[in-house]
Write a protein that binds this ligand. Sequence first.
Ligand SMILES: *[C@@H]1O[C@H](CO)[C@@H](O)[C@H](O)[C@H]1NC(C)=O
Ligand SMILES: *[C@@H]1O[C@H](CO)[C@@H](O)[C@H](O)[C@H]1NC(C)=O
Ligand SMILES: *[C@@H]1O[C@H](CO)[C@@H](O)[C@H](O)[C@H]1NC(C)=O
Ligand SMILES: *[C@@H]1O[C@H](CO)[C@@H](O)[C@H](O)[C@H]1NC(C)=O
Ligand SMILES: *[C@@H]1O[C@H](CO)[C@@H](O)[C@H](O)[C@H]1NC(C)=O
Ligand SMILES: *[C@@H]1O[C@H](CO)[C@@H](O)[C@H](O)[C@H]1NC(C)=O
Ligand SMILES: *[C@@H]1O[C@H](CO)[C@@H](O)[C@H](O)[C@H]1NC(C)=O
Ligand SMILES: *[C@@H]1O[C@H](CO)[C@@H](O)[C@H](O)[C@H]1NC(C)=O
Length: 542
Amino acid sequence: MRRGELFLTLWVLTVRSTSGEDCISRLHVNVVEGEPFYLKYCSSALRSKAAAIKWYKSDAPHGHAELHLGTSARITLHKDVLEFWPVELEDEGSYFCQSGNDTQKWMVKVIRRNNQSCFTEKQVKSKNVGVTKSLQIPCNNSYYKDRIHRTSLYKDCIKIAESNLFYLKPIQKNAEFKDQGYYSCVFSLHHNGKLYNITETLNITIVEDRSNVIPVILGPKLTSVEVELGEDVELNCSALVNEKDYFYWSFWKENGPDPNVLEDNKSNSWTLEGKTYASKILRIQKINENNLNFLYNCTVTNARSIDTKSFILLRKAGTADIPGHVFTGGMIAATVVSVAVLCLGVVCVICRVDLVLCYRHWMGSDETLTDGKTYDAFVSYLRECGLEDGEAYTFAVETLPAALEKHFGYKLCIFERDVEPGGAAVDDLHSLIRKSRRLIIVLSKSYMSHEVRYELESGLHEALVERKIKIILIQFAPVEDITFWPQSLKLLKSHRVLKWQGDESLSYDSRFWKTLLYLMPAKALKPDGGGSEVLPVLAEAS
Ligand SMILES: *[C@@H]1O[C@H](CO)[C@@H](O)[C@H](O)[C@H]1NC(C)=O
Ligand SMILES: *[C@@H]1O[C@H](CO)[C@@H](O)[C@H](O)[C@H]1NC(C)=O
Ligand SMILES: *[C@@H]1O[C@H](CO)[C@@H](O)[C@H](O)[C@H]1NC(C)=O
Ligand SMILES: *[C@@H]1O[C@H](CO)[C@@H](O)[C@H](O)[C@H]1NC(C)=O
Ligand SMILES: *[C@@H]1O[C@H](CO)[C@@H](O)[C@H](O)[C@H]1NC(C)=O
Ligand SMILES: *[C@@H]1O[C@H](CO)[C@@H](O)[C@H](O)[C@H]1NC(C)=O
Ligand SMILES: *[C@@H]1O[C@H](CO)[C@@H](O)[C@H](O)[C@H]1NC(C)=O
Ligand SMILES: *[C@@H]1O[C@H](CO)[C@@H](O)[C@H](O)[C@H]1NC(C)=O
């Protein structure tokens, strides 16, 4: 081991009192061939006493070799500093510096120069800088500062700065993606009349800064939401955020927030492609006028940045005047009213007789005053009758006048009673019918086959052609039993045909009389009183 060791008289130099400064403490040192290079011992023990310092170089096959002045023209020794002017490939190896029992070691790798480029790729320091983060490119060399006469800065081999000092004012800015590239500082210096360059290159990569993004709220700056009064709405605000950013809704008015506006306490967050997103809901329940046309702001902020987005509630077009609950209520009300009207209609149809009678009674209406007619009704019946039609005859001459005249106050024209016997029958008959408001036909089995047919035909003519009289048909026999049934009678509306129901129809409160009254003209009635509910005449007759 000790075989090849050479001992060298050390030059004790005291000029560099700054020993330790600019010392190289790294074990592994890379250097590009052709550049000035140095190794400097980092022991503090050296300063206290002027201990002897020895330098050794170690090659694997040869073991240690002590270095001394003259070992190589390119290498100089200054106590604790070993300098190479310049370093070459053959200088690669391990170097030791010994002072007393203290030793420092370096492993130097000499890299072949790339003559094609302004820098050598293998000798670059790589650095990632987050976008918007501070980007600094230092360019100074304090060790050679006394010898450096020019400092240049290249970006991707294009010169961007130069000075005649040993340093450049360092670039300092917020990183942008376009700042990415190779930054080479070239220090030019003279030594023993020769020019040397030292190149230090930084490989700067600008990266997405995931740890701290600039928070932004997604979507347009102003969102209008169409609503109807009375409904609930959720405003959903989403943002790109950092974990500790503040994310909140602003919904306070001068005198506090509306009580129906609530912010969810928790925000919902998720990550997508390495980015964190969050959403926060603002709930507005039973929207009222106060909630409309107000800016609800959603904000995300941190110490460096702030972003806000506004939501506004607008009344839904079309239903502008009918708020939701009113509209729904209106629909229900309309349906209920329709159903009610329909029911009422049905009731009216069923009970129209009673309703009309009731109406006439209360209103005291009278349609008989101005028409110039004498009789309320002309009663047409079979005057010469057999046993078959006896009931109808009694009804026509007794029951009907008793009810309509005595009880209800109408004035009837009954041929047998009101026309003088032997009068000019046909003309009289016609004018009597014309003086009457109704033609009551008491229809019995044999009615059609007798002379009353003229009455009938005359009346039908008046009723159907001239529309001056209305017919009331009181049927005493079933239609099938009636031998002759003129076509024109079939045109009568069914409600103008009454069927005598025998005993059922006796009471004045019965449907028969009510319907008859309904078909009779409206008249301010002055009944003769009587008050009896049942017709005594008919009771006797039947
Ligand atoms: C190294 O030398 C110092 C004195 O210079 C001494 O105090 C120390 O004990 C020595 N250490 C070893 C490990 O020999
Ligand atoms: C670069 O040029 C120098 C001479 O200037 C030469 O010695 C060296 O071999 C060249 N290196 C390469 C990699 O071509
Ligand atoms: C520069 O840095 C980028 C990204 O870190 C890397 O891909 C590239 O290989 C580096 N270039 C050199 C010459 O080291
Ligand atoms: C030179 O760079 C070092 C860090 O590399 C720094 O501490 C020093 O202040 C710089 N000097 C000048 C004059 O910029
Ligand atoms: C040193 O760099 C300068 C430009 O800064 C260049 O002109 C010169 O040729 C370089 N010298 C050597 C020896 O590389
Ligand atoms: C809010 O919107 C985001 C996306 O924009 C969605 O992921 C989230 O589920 C929504 N929240 C609610 C309560 O709808
Ligand atoms: C929302 O922001 C707008 C301006 O962007 C402001 O005029 C309004 O007062 C804010 N609303 C609230 C509730 O803070
Ligand atoms: C939100 O927080 C308030 C008090 O900070 C609390 O009264 C309320 O119940 C919370 N709401 C929910 C939905 O957790």
